[in-house]
Design a protein around this ligand. Structure first.
Ligand SMILES: [Fe+2]
Ligand SMILES: [Fe+2]
Ligand SMILES: [Fe+2]
Length: 415
């Protein structure tokens, strides 16, 4: 099986943008700390990675970079804030945010398939040309791709969605020119001035909702394909990001992926299907990136409104995974884990004959993993205690008794 890398990266950058959105509190306050008076606190991050990507590509064409560098820049700019999702959930004023999200982003991408340098580009994406950035790299020691992302990132922060582009292009251009040799290299500023002299550059920034169409015409053909093993590596990175978002579920996605894989092997699914079940487990809660942590971590009963927001996580899981297009099976198994045989599950309230065996297995693995995990208000249950509760659920037609017995066999054979 071959999966187009471009589709994977776009799906995941959507997940990251949703994570940044969900980190905004009612006052739109977000991470504070930066040089040169850039105000991160008022910025709306929806489409941040897409807009940074578009600007990066414009700069790359202006600099006449070669095709393979452009591809690396494309991936790096879409994923440049991959290390930030942990912090958005933890604190709105985390003191070392800038340095730490670069380091973490670099660490979690060090095994990224096909793009060995991604980790380095992410590490240095907040460096200043004069050497005053978080890692104190200076001048052209900073990789060019990181320099380009730095300018694109700042340009997106300076850009104000609430104003028409003609009202701000001059002030933004002046700001960037003023920081030549401080934040940006003279070459990069020249490249920016060249592409920003065209009206269409600003119209594109203004029409952020059309960015998919804009990027489609803009990118050269993206001919990198991943096999399932490589896709699993990326799914693992995102499984960790999801698990780190909530301190009470530190191994939830990884745990479910192991359970789903073990059950799949136990009942004799072929190797490809076992691997797909593992990936579905890793990504089943990716939509939780779109849910504010204040709700995910609430210690106490949820209001009706909060519960309906929580329920949307599986809706987002499907939106994100369907962007990859060639994995409708993984997408279904992942997003159906809260469906119930009695038709009262979510998000689609499927009836029992619409819930596949694979989705039923994912559902029981999810419940078992949750019951055996520690929570702030209780210890993790033993497997015997968890199965007692799940027996009742099967009796009441919530979950599938056959899937439950597969799970019991797989778990007890490992205990
Ligand atoms: Fe960043
Ligand atoms: Fe950024
Ligand atoms: Fe879930």
């Amino acid at each position: 099986m071959k999966i187009n890398m471009d589709k994977i990266i776009r799906a995941l950058s959507l997940a990251l943008d949703l994570a940044q959105m969900s980190a905004l509190d009612k006052n739109n306050n977000i991470i504070i700390e930066e040089v040169s008076n850039i105000n991160y606190s008022k910025h709306i991050f929806m489409n941040h990675s897409k807009r940074a990507c578009y600007i990066s590509l414009e700069l790359a064409y202006s600099l006449q970079l070669d095709y393979s560098t452009i591809k690396e820049l494309y991936i790096s700019s879409l994923l440049h804030d991959i290390g930030a999702s942990n912090f958005f959930s933890q604190s709105h004023s985390y003191p070392n945010f800038i340095k730490d999200h670069c380091t973490i982003g670099s660490q979690i991408t060090c095994d990224f398939p096909q793009f060995n340098n991604l980790s380095t580009f992410i590490l240095y994406h907040h460096e200043n040309y004069d050497g005053t950035g978080p890692m104190n790299l200076k001048g052209n020691d900073i990789p060019l791709i990181s320099q380009i992302i730095r300018l694109s990132d700042i340009l997106d922060l300076l850009y104000d969605d609430s104003k028409p582009c003609y009202m701000q292009k001059e002030s933004i251009s002046n700001w960037i020119k003023k920081h030549t040799n401080i934040i940006f290299s003279p070459t990069l500023v020249q490249a920016f001035l060249k592409c920003s002299s065209k009206d269409y550059f600003w119209f594109n920034l203004e029409n952020i909702s059309l960015m998919d169409i804009i990027l489609k015409d803009f990118l050269p053909k993206f001919d990198i394909y991943l096999n399932l093993d490589e896709f699993e590596k990326i799914a693992h990175i995102f499984g960790n990001i999801i698990d780190n978002k909530n301190k009470f579920t530190a191994r939830h996605s990884i745990g479910i992926s192991e359970l789903a894989y073990n059950v799949s092997r136990h009942i004799g699914y072929d190797n490809e299907k076992c691997l797909k079940m593992k990936i579905a487990g890793l990504l089943h809660d990716i939509g939780k990136l779109a849910i504010p942590n204040s709700i995910l971590e609430k210690n106490g009963p949820l209001s009706k409104e909060q519960f309906s927001i929580i329920k949307s996580h599986v809706y987002y899981t499907k939106i994100i995974l369907d962007k990859i297009e060639v994995i409708p099976d993984i997408s279904d198994w992942a997003c159906n884990h809260h469906e119930k045989l009695n038709g009262k599950g979510y998000p689609r309230a499927l009836s029992s004959n619409e819930i596949s065996e694979e989705s039923r297995i994912m559902g029981v693995c999810d419940i078992y993993q949750a019951l055996t995990e520690e929570r702030p208000y209780r210890k993790g249950l033993s497997y015997k205690e968890a199965f007692l509760i799940m027996d009742d659920m099967a009796k009441n037609n919530f979950i599938c008794s056959r899937a439950l017995s597969y799970l019991k066999e797989a778990v007890t054979s490992n205990n």
